[in-house]
Design a binder for this molecule. Structure first.
Ligand code: NAD
Ligand code: MG
Length: 401
């Protein structure tokens, strides 16, 4: 986009951690980007404040009551902003003509339909919403190819890998000359806690990530390492690689964001401070480099970089995710749905931290896996998995498993 034609941007999930970081980068480049639509689930005041500042054409509230309140709020503050509501409103602003880039920053399965709509409309899709790809991998990648969308990962590991691949590489193809990719993981807040203490950890402790400030769901996923499990699946779809060529490496400093090992023995890594504005600005500016606002990395201050292999006894969710990926079909969608229900229950203090993996394992055992022939099949298995996970929590099975 030239200076005369700033790129039109829709931010799905603008009130979240990724959304706020994206607006921070956008605000640094008013000549490059124009906000067309902002969306949120239910945080009226936060979205209203963003509307006043960025003056989008549309604001969408997924919750219809919240949309009515937003409309009242904006009546005096930003009367030119048109308010839409519900899942249809999200899909509409992901695909409209004035939009060039869509930041897919909604958390969880709720992001699937609008993220897919952006791919089907041939947009540049900046993908943070990994759950959408985990659920619908083959359909999503097919939509990207068929509709000429540009899929750029925002997840820091996948963005790092893209940066370590040749300039002409586009996600979806298997990269040439690559022996393996290595996804780094911090290990979360409980990396060194005695395993027998994990059952007693609180949501606040689980959400206190040592290196990143993120939404509550992904923070818990980082503590269980389900996040890395979802990212292995995400990497499989994005980079067209089998499980044997994707490794997970614990790296507590979160300075190396991931690595690519080539056939000649060279290993390329992308480094930077743990600040999501770096991968976000990479995806927004691509193929150019633009200012992100992130602080400069001081390697002398970091001093040491450590690496460890993840302990399967501490992080059972990682093996559940890789097994679901190898099963294929709707197994990753079932895994994802069970995880969303279990994490929510943990955050509401209805189950222990250590029951999260039990809920997911029992749900995977109970739910039939189908071939991914359509979106309907994925959504049906997502719904069945949620029902099974709720049942498992309600009956107390996960506690005794
Ligand atoms: P968050 O909880 O901070 O924000 C989530 C956003 O999604 C909010 O704007 C919320 O309004 C919206 N949302 C939630 N439920 C919704 C629903 N039912 N319908 C419509 N909108 C809904 O989450 P986050 O940390 O910003 O994460 C967003 C996505 O980015 C997740 O998929 C996460 O895995 C991924 N991601 C986040 C980070 C990070 O640093 N935060 C890093 C890598 C990837
Ligand atoms: Mg990540």
């Amino acid at each position: 986009m030239s200076a005369l034609h700033p790129a039109g941007v829709t931010l799905l999930g603008s009130t979240g951690s990724i959304g706020v970081s994206t607006l921070d980068v956008i605000a640094r480049h008013p000549e490059r980007f124009r906000v067309i639509a902002l969306t949120a689930n239910s945080r009226v005041e936060k979205l209203a404040e963003q509307c006043v500042r960025f003056q989008p054409q549309y604001a969408v509230m997924a919750d219809t009551d919240a949309a009515t309140r937003l409309q009242k709020e904006l009546h005096a503050l930003a009367p030119d902003v048109e308010v839409l509501s519900g899942p249809d409103g999200l899909v509409t602003v992901a695909g409209m003509d004035a939009v060039d880039f869509v930041m897919a920053g909604i958390v969880g399965a709720a992001g699937l339909l609008p993220s897919l709509a952006a791919a089907r409309a041939g947009k540049r899709v900046l993908l943070a919403n990994k759950e959408a790809l985990v659920m619908s991998g083959s359909l999503f990648m097919q939509a990207v190819q068929e509709h000429g969308a540009t899929l750029l990962p925002v997840d820091s590991e996948h963005n790092a890998i893209l940066q370590c691949l040749p300039d002409d590489y586009r996600p979806g193809a298997a990269p040439r000359g690559v022996r393996r990719i290595m996804l780094t993981a911090s290990g979360g807040p409980f990396r060194t806690l005695p395993v027998n203490k994990l059952a007693g950890v609180t949501p606040e402790q689980a959400c206190a990530h040592p290196n990143w400030v993120m939404g509550r769901k992904i923070s818990v996923d980082s503590a269980t390492m389900m996040n890395k499990g979802l990212e292995v699946i995400e990497a499989g779809w994005l980079f067209g690689l089998p499980m044997e060529q994707i490794e997970v490496l614990l790296h507590p400093q979160s300075i190396i964001h991931s690595l690519v090992e080539y056939d000649d023995g060279s290993m390329l890594a992308q480094m930077g401070n743990p600040d999501m504005r770096i991968p976000i600005s990479h995806a927004l500016g691509w193929p150019q480099r633009i200012d992100s606002g992130a602080g400069r990395l001081d390697l002398l201050a970091v001093g040491k970089l450590q690496f460890e292999s993840p302990d399967s006894g501490r992080y059972p969710c990682l093996a559940l995710a890789t097994a679901a990926w190898q099963t294929g079909g709707t197994a990753p969608a079932i895994l994802n749905a069970a995880n969303e229900v279990a994490v929510q229950a943990f955050l509401q203090q209805r189950i222990a931290f250590t029951a999260i993996h039990a809920v997911i394992r029992l749900t995977l055992e109970q739910c039939a896996v189908h071939g991914v022939d359509s979106l309907q099949t994925i959504l049906a298995d997502d719904a069945a998995a949620r029902a099974a996970a709720f049942e498992c929590i309600g009956s107390g099975q996960a506690v005794t498993a």
